[in-house]
Write a protein that binds this ligand. Structure first.
Ligand code: COA
Ligand code: ZN
Length: 306
């Protein structure tokens, strides 16, 4: 029996949130409907944030209510506060992905709150979600380093893990907002999280410094079986200086397939969707696999001039 690894798609949230040109609502819906056929565990559809803070996702309600939901896919959304939670409940979001940073400076830049203020707000959101029987994941941004403050101590990260574990959340994501994670740090924090928290631990990497897939391997070796990734490698937080794309879903799936893991994903469909996303964005995306093709794609031998 192959070991299962869950893949969570974030392109229509993390991928689109910092684009300059608004992606049409109909295009977002079409893309999500196609992604729903690819085998994901979770698709993060959008965010219920302030439309002033994230204008690209101001159509959250429209997108959430128009997509065709497949029963085996969990449809989640990012939520920063109670107002966002109420909007998400009204649209029947399956899984709340709450967000706060473990560094004060990035939390203030991103959410205009101190970490303690975010925690107080999110505690109320968790109570509301539990009242409605909605699963809650908490995404801890800047867990592997903050672009404003630098290294974050292990104690800081574990303190937030413990506080949210006490609130009985379903999952915790350690998020590497600007690609500051490196494999040995991933090993340490993955182990600590699983010691302190019995729910699902997810790793969320950005490939800003080329360490994304190396970090995934460190996570797998430490027992993690759930990863976020973005189609084509789009992504980045608009309030994190220097942020660039997430690890690329098709590259992650290609690698895990070759290694014999069961991701449940259809790589051909995924590559098709990535090509369509390239056409939609009108530019070459970071995905290396889209350029090179899978290793099963062979070529005619090159001919030499005589
Ligand atoms: N959805 C829609 N509108 C919201 C909202 C939400 N979740 N939260 C607040 N607002 C509105 C308020 O109603 C108010 O509107 P008004 O100006 O018309 O009266 C306005 O936004 C300001 O509200 P306030 O509570 O003062 O929020 P703020 O301006 O301090 O912003 C956040 C706080 C958290 C709402 C905002 O910073 C945000 O949405 N950040 C998300 C950042 C993000 O997604 N980053 C990338 C992912 S890591
Ligand atoms: Zn991210």
């Amino acid at each position: 029996m192959k070991e299962k690894i869950a893949i969570n798609e974030v392109v229509t949230r993390d991928g689109f949130q910092s684009e300059k040109e608004f992606v049409a609502t109909a295009d977002k819906i079409k893309l999500i409907n196609e992604l729903s056929q690819c085998g994901y565990s979770v698709i993060e559809v959008t965010s219920f944030t302030s439309p002033k803070a994230i204008p690209m996702l101001r159509d959250a309600e429209e997108v959430m209510s128009a997509i065709k939901r497949e029963p085996h896919v969990t449809y989640s959304a990012l939520i920063p506060n109670l107002r966002g939670a109420q909007r998400a409940i009204d649209c029947q979001v399956d899984l709340f992905n709450l967000v706060m940073s473990v560094s004060e400076s990035h939390n203030r830049a991103n959410l205009r709150m101190s970490c303690d203020e975010s925690f107080a707000t999110l505690s109320e959101v968790i109570a509301l979600a539990h009242h409605h029987n909605i699963r809650v994941n908490i995404s801890l941004s800047t867990s592997f380093g903050c672009p404003i403050e630098g290294a974050i101590s292990e104690q800081t990260v574990t303190r937030w893990i413990q506080r949210f574990a006490q609130l009985k959340v379903w999952g915790i994501s350690l998020c590497d907002t600007t690609g500051m994670a490196y494999p040995s740090l991933v090993t340490t924090l993955s182990q600590r999280t699983q010691e302190l928290f019995s729910g699902i631990t997810t790793l969320h990497f950005h490939n800003t410094r080329g360490m994304g897939l190396a970090n995934v391997l460190a996570g797998i070796q430490a027992g993690i079986r759930s990863f976020d990734a973005s189609l084509g490698g789009l992504g980045g937080c608009p309030y994190a200086p220097g942020a660039t794309g997430n690890i690329t879903t098709e590259e992650l799936v290609h690698m895990l397939d070759l290694m014999g893991y069961d991701t449940g994903m259809n790589l051909d469909k995924l590559l098709n969707a990535a090509q369509q996303l390239t056409d939609l964005m009108g530019r070459i995306l970071p995905s290396q696999l889209l350029k090179a093709g899978p290793i099963t794609q062979l070529h005619q031998p090159p001919t030499q001039p005589h």
